[in-house]
Design a protein around this ligand. Sequence first.
Ligand SMILES: [Zn+2]
Length: 152
Amino acid sequence: MAQLELDDRGVVVACTACGQKNRLAFDRLDAAVRCGKCKTELAGASTPLDIASSSDFDQLIARAGVPIVVDYWAPWCGPCHMVAPELVKVAARSNGRFLVVKVNTDALTDLGQRFGIRSIPTMAVFKNGREVKRTTGARPAADIEAFVTQAL
Ligand SMILES: [Zn+2]
């Protein structure tokens, strides 16, 4: 995780071939992009992104051109740790159709409160700036993908 970074214009990913950082603009997260330095095709947003601040979260939700799948979790939550590797699989297979992000509700308590997160793990799908679907509890990658597909 956390191989992705967020800035005010998009998601920054490091090229797996040369390490060059490349920005994927918020409105083109689903586009295939090649590294600006070595032209290797970038994996894109294919790993879960750790949200560092609530303002990053708000910007991403408001500006991303693809749906966002949010995993609300906390370090002390056992089922959350079971879900983490499943979300890695989901993100790896997303093919740019959506972006998976993780919100640590212990660190970002304001987000947990604002969205009324009462149990974790909770997963929610945001589309066009608003939440369209939510579920709670740990489940395998295939079930998460079915949930996301229903929401899209
Ligand atoms: Zn490169």
